[in-house]
Design a protein around this ligand. Structure first.
Ligand SMILES: [Mg+2]
Length: 312
């Protein structure tokens, strides 16, 4: 019976209301076909009734989480239980360059997948991604932003077969900034945080690793110290000039779009006399480039005015 019905069914192409293709099953003649057609009509009626059922009011409980239009949207992914993770993977203290480079590599790939990101900033176990003012990515739904970046990050790290991101490693938040100044202040805040934490960690681990203090003793030694005091401990006791520490550790990493010349070798087929020969081809591409520089002062923003361009 069913087989006979299926045999009578045909698949026809219609146009939906936007003019796109819409494929529907149609049943031809016979009692079975008629019954099926009536059954389809009943289903359609039931579907329409369910769409407007008395239960539909529950949709009113869904909060509107659309990010305010024309504002900068910042998504920050931040390490969660990262101490445990760092211990497990034997991270070098106070900074593990492998982990920092890997974070940046992942962030670069995220930017290249999501072109609406105009700038990203990373330090320690966090990365902030800034979306264009006019971005309409996922209709600017706040809860979708970190989730989708997070999923992308998992995909990237899985593809690179690096066991870096696990479901417990990061949490994400979205903050909307209404002006260029508030956005610059946000990024300055994260870079100042990088400096404060890195200076503390550099002295702390020098005291532990080189002076043999326990973590609690080192913590007590540093309690109440100012920036100048920490610099002095580093210089007088460990012969370390903090200003000579790598920029990546002191300033974090900024990712911005820049034109980069890529040089590749290509086999030439024509003309015949050059067949089989390889030649060097230079192609200019726009890529997410990592910089380790100051973003608190005006110099960076004057040098890269396109980042805060009103049309972005
Ligand atoms: Mg953190």
């Amino acid at each position: 019976m069913l087989a006979s019905t299926t045999a009578r069914a045909t698949l026809r192409r219609h146009r939906n209301f936007r003019g796109g293709a819409l494929w529907c099953f149609h049943f031809r003649g016979g009692n079975v076909g008629c019954r099926r057609r009536e059954s389809s009509r009943r289903c359609l009626k039931l579907g329409a009734a369910m769409a407007k059922s008395k239960f539909e009011y529950v949709r009113d409980f869904e909060a509107d989480d659309t990010c305010l239009a024309h504002c900068w949207v910042v998504v920050r992914l931040d390490g969660r239980n990262f101490h445990r993770f760092a211990e497990k993977h034997n991270f070098t203290k106070p900074n593990d360059s492998r982990a920092l480079h890997l974070m940046t590599k992942c962030a670069q790939t995220v930017m290249e997948e999501l072109e609406d990101i105009v700038i990203a900033y990373g330090q320690s176990d966090e990365y902030s991604f800034v979306f264009k003012r006019k971005s309409n990515w996922f209709k600017r739904r706040a809860r979708i932003f970190p989730t989708s970046i997070w999923l992308l990050l998992i995909l990237i790290t899985d593809l690179q077969t690096v066991v870096f991101a696990t479901a417990e490693c990061f949490d994400g938040r979205v903050v909307v900034y209404p002006s260029n100044q508030t956005l610059k202040d946000y990024l300055s805040w994260r870079q100042a945080d990088c400096h404060i934490n890195n200076l503390y960690n550099t002295v702390f681990w020098a005291l532990v690793q080189q002076s043999g203090l326990t973590p609690i003793q080192a913590q007590e030694r540093l309690q109440g110290t100012l920036t100048a005091d920490k610099n002095e401990i580093l210089f007088s006791e460990f012969n370390i000039n903090y200003n000579n520490e790598p920029l990546m550790y002191r300033k974090g990493t900024v990712l911005i779009w820049q034109k980069v010349d890529e040089v590749t070798t290509k086999e030439v087929r024509l003309p015949a006399e050059m067949e089989g020969k390889k030649m060097v081809v230079t192609r200019t591409r726009t890529k997410a480039v990592p910089l380790h520089c100051d973003i608190i002062g005006d110099a960076f923003w004057k040098e890269h005015p396109e980042i805060l361009d009103e049309d972005s």
